[in-house]
Design a protein around this ligand. Structure first.
Ligand code: CMP
Length: 138
């Protein structure tokens, strides 16, 4: 199924200057980049974005980190894009990720795991609506 998914390059990924390498991995996998920009996340956006984490002990630390600098936000499209991006990024904890995944190669810890990726088609749609105008999607 042709799907869309959202990837954010988190502040720790921005600091490490691996934006180009990350986009390269998605393009090499045949995914199409249909929107790309830098955004300053706000508490209002994050309250919706991470609504499912609101009661977790790390929620305020997570939000503070995500607002610490502008992040790169992109929409990728392709056959099975959600699962493809999931595989390219690896699981939440970089220490559990396979070598060759973004999180294993560039991540340090759960809070510093370099990228966010949509969990499902529904999450991707919610995230696209939160960050992008329809005319920004090619
Ligand atoms: P992600 O799965 O993209 O979205 C939720 C984020 O919360 C997750 O990446 C981690 O960066 C962060 N996170 C998850 N678990 C923990 C934890 N135990 N401590 C701190 N941050 C966490």
């Amino acid at each position: 199924m042709n799907e869309r998914t959202v990837v954010l390059i988190k502040p720790d990924g921005m600091e490490k200057k691996v934006v180009g390498q990350i986009i390269d991995r998605f393009e090499r996998a045949g995914l199409n980049l249909i929107a790309l920009k830098m955004v300053c996340l706000t508490q209002e956006i994050l309250d919706v974005w991470y609504a499912h984490h609101k009661d977790k002990p790390f929620f305020s630390e997570l939000c503070a980190a995500m607002m610490s600098c502008p992040v790169v936000a992109m929409v990728l499209e392709g056959e099975g894009a959600i699962q493809k991006v999931f595989a390219i990024c690896g699981p939440t904890d970089p220490s559990e990720a396979q070598p060759g995944t973004i999180r294993r190669d560039f991540g340090e810890s759960k809070p510093k795991n370099v990228v966010h990726r949509s969990d499902s088609v529904g999450a991707a749609q919610k995230e696209i609506n939160l960050l992008f105008q329809p005319e920004e999607l090619s």
